[in-house]
Structures are given as structure tokens and as C-alpha cells.
Design a protein around this ligand. Structure first.
Ligand SMILES: C[S@@+](CC[C@H](N)C(=O)[O-])C[C@H]1O[C@@H](n2cnc3c(N)ncnc32)[C@H](O)[C@@H]1O
Length: 361
């Protein structure tokens, strides 16, 4: 059983220079930045009787795994930590080793072939694996089977663009903007409503799939409290992509009407907004919810890096709306604009990395 109610925009597929595999080091750095805290939470908060031999198969799911390599890193780190905890809590010498079952979930048009082809194989990292295609905005797995669920850099992807933001007659019309930059209150409200709806569905589905005492780990970028998207360098890049699209319309490559009908189904909440939404869902206890600065924040990210990163995660959604063949032109314009007007990281605010560990009540 899987839900397909959500629109689907997987990351760039394959293993070429533009693929997510080669352009996901920003996400990887964040994952590594919070790894120790998450390991600690697993050691302290995972509340399963691993030492009673009641669990012989430990089940992990990564929701929105994409095509690697980050998902493999995350899964291995969770397995190593659980194995360590299992050994530590068992003084017996003849302890039965745990077996691990890992479910890799993403949308059905995700490039699962590349994911499975590039899975690192080593005798130490053995686990049973299965792909689970479908939207995580709905049930994907049977009730009560997951011991640790994980998702990173996913839940800012909404199941759909909020109604009315592309409707000229609506107060929530987002004009020529292509994302939720928080400049128009009604637009922000519409995105927020959609995000809340999606989060409720996500958490409800995971609550059913997780065993009691199991953990759900969520990692991603959010806005610090009091900061709007338009104040951040990430927001500035999105605006610049919008400007490039308008330039392309002026050159006759696409129509302005087509741009007016386009908005990214992406929403970055502020930290306390996210916290409130999680608290409102009564199925989980918040065991840890913190932010760190992104580890690359003190580096000057190059224009090439930024262009490639945004290209890898926005290509599918752009192609689905504007058709094949615009992406090369769009991102070469973005690169040119960023070279002419380099991002002054001192001037812009920035998103932060949140990490949440929830325990199923
Ligand atoms: C930026 S990638 C993150 C990949 C990986 N978790 C990481 O941290 O590198 C976002 C992934 O979420 C997936 N995704 C977005 N919406 C989804 C949904 N409704 N159901 C399942 N996967 C979804 C996308 O297809 C994409 O592979």
C-alpha cells in the first residue's frame, strides 16, 4: 500500500556531473555535523529491549533517500550505533547478533537503479535492503515495524504548491516570485497551511509505522526564528533563479505567463514553527530538537558550487513545468549572474540545520 497523492520531483538522476550523487555534499556536511548528537540520542533514548532477545531483526527506514550516497552513510551510522548499544547492554558472551532490515523510500520516479547499483558492499556493513517507492505523505509500510525512521533534507518538499499562489485573482497570488520568500503575507500563510497539512500526514503515517519506543530522526534546513527567506542567501539564490527565468522570457525562450503559473513546492519554516507543529502531533515525544550552523557556513561557497547544488535539486521540477531543454540555459545564466554579482555572505542571513529526535509514545 502506498500513497501517490503527492507530486514528485526527485533529485537529478544517474552518475553524471549534474547528478545528486555528485552534488549532495552540502547535505552530507549537515548530516555529519549532527551525527554525534544523533548517535548519542540513539544510545540514550532508544527504548527497545534489545537485550531481551525479543528483537532479532532491527528495522530501519530512510524516507526520501534519493540516489545516495548520503543515505548509505546515515544507515551505516545508525546500524553501527545500534550494534554498539546492543553489545553494551548485553553482558552475555553468546549474544545473538541482530540482523538489520533497511527500507529505502523515495518517490517511484526516483532513480532506484542508481541507488542500488552504488550501494557500498562490504562484509561488515551487511543488511537486508528493500526499496519502497511512494510518497511519504501517506502510509508506506505495515503498522508497527520500524525501530528507527530517518529523513534528511526532505520535508521542505511539499506534496503540492499551495492553492491560489499562482492565481492572479487571489490575495495569495505570488506575482512573479517563484518561491515562498515571505514578502507577501498571504502567500506565506498559504505555504504554511500546506506545510502544516503535510507535516500532520507525515507524522501520522510514521507514528503508525514505528514501534512504541522507536525513534524518528528528522534533519534539514530551517529559518532561524525571526528571519525571513528573502533575508537569506538561499532565498537570494532562488530570487536570482526567478530573475533568470524572466530574462529568458524576455528573450522569447518561454512566456511570462508560464512563469506566473510556476512556484516551487518548497517551504522552509522557522525553527519554532516547526517545533510547534511537531508538538501538536501527540504521537511522539521530542527527545532532542536543536540547531547548528551549517558546517560550510564559514566557507565562502563558490558560484559553481551553489549553481550545481541548486541545479541538482531543482532540475526535475523545472523540467516538469517548462519542458526539457531549459535547464542548461537557466543554470548557465544563474552562474553568470552570480559571477557578475558574487554573494556577499557577510550581508545575507542564512538558514540553519535542525535535527530532531522523536520517540514514538
Ligand atoms: C534533497 S533530497 C535528500 C536526499 C537524502 N535524504 C539526503 O539527505 O541527501 C530530497 C529527497 O526527498 C524526496 N522526496 C520529496 N518529497 C517526497 C515524498 N513526498 N515522498 C518521498 N520522497 C520524497 C525527493 O525525491 C528527494 O530524493
Amino acid at each position: 500500500m502506498s500513497s501517490t497523492s503527492s507530486h514528485s520531483y526527485p533529485m537529478s538522476s544517474g552518475e553524471d556531473q549534474h547528478s545528486y550523487i555528485h552534488n549532495s555534499s552540502y547535505q552530507k556536511a549537515a548530516i555529519k555535523g549532527v551525527e554525534e548528537r544523533i548517535k548519542q540520542a540513539i544510545l540514550e533514548k532508544l527504548d527497545l529491549q534489545l537485550n531481551s532477545n525479543l528483537i532479532s531483526t532491527f528495522t530501519i527506514a530512510d524516507f526520501g533517500c534519493s540516489i545516495g550516497p548520503n543515505t548509505f552513510h546515515v544507515v551505516q551510522s545508525i546500524i553501527d550505533t545500534v550494534k554498539f548499544k546492543h553489545l553494551k547492554e548485553n553482558n552475555e558472551t553468546n549474544i545473538v547478533p541482530l540482523e538489520f532490515q533497511v527500507f529505502f523510500n523515495d518517490q517511484s520516479n526516483n532513480d532506484f537503479n542508481t541507488l542500488f547499483r552504488t550501494q557500498p558492499l562490504s562484509s561488515e556493513s551487511q543488511y537486508f535492503l528493500a526499496g519502497v517507492p511512494g510518497s511519504f505523505y501517506g502510509r508506506l509500510l505495515p503498522r508497527n515495524i520500524i525501530h528507527i525512521g530517518h529523513t534528511s533534507y526532505t520535508i521542505h518538499w511539499l506534496s503540492e504548491v499551495p492553492e491560489h499562489v499562482c492565481d492572479r485573482k487571489s490575495p495569495a497570488w505570488n506575482k512573479n516570485y517563484i518561491h515562498c520568500n515571505n514578502l507577501i503575507e498571504e502567500v506565506t500563510k498559504a505555504y504554511k497551511v500546506q506545510f502544516k497539512k503535510d507535516m500532520e500526514v507525515f507524522l501520522q503515517a510514521r507514528a503508525e509505522e514505528l514501534v512504541h519506543g522507536g525513534l524518528m530522526i528528522v534533519v534539514g534546513n530551517c529559518l532561524p526564528d525571526g528571519v525571513s527567506m528573502y533575508e537569506t542567501w538561499q532565498g537570494h539564490v532562488m530570487e536570482t533563479i526567478g530573475d533568470c527565468l524572466l530574462d529568458m522570457a524576455k528573450s522569447g525562450i518561454m512566456s511570462e505567463e508560464k512563469i506566473e503559473l510556476f512556484n516551487f513546492p518548497v517551504y522552509f519554516p522557522q525553527f519554532s514553527e516547526l517545533k510547534l507543529m511537531i508538538e501538536e502531533n501527540g504521537s511522539f515525544m521530542i527527545e532532542m530538537m536543536e540547531t547548528i550552523s551549517h558546517p560550510f557556513e564559514d566557507k565562502r561557497l563558490s558560484n559553481e558550487f551553489i549553481t550545481s547544488m541548486f541545479r541538482a535539486f531543482l532540475t526535475t521540477v523545472i523540467e516538469q513545468h517548462f519542458g526539457n531543454g531549459v535547464v542548461d540555459e537557466l543554470f548557465s545564466r544563474l552562474s553568470e549572474k552570480l559571477s557578475k554579482h558574487p554573494i556577499d555572505f557577510e550581508m545575507w542571513k542564512t538558514q540553519v540545520v535542525y535535527h530532531v529526535v522523536l520517540k514514538r509514545k
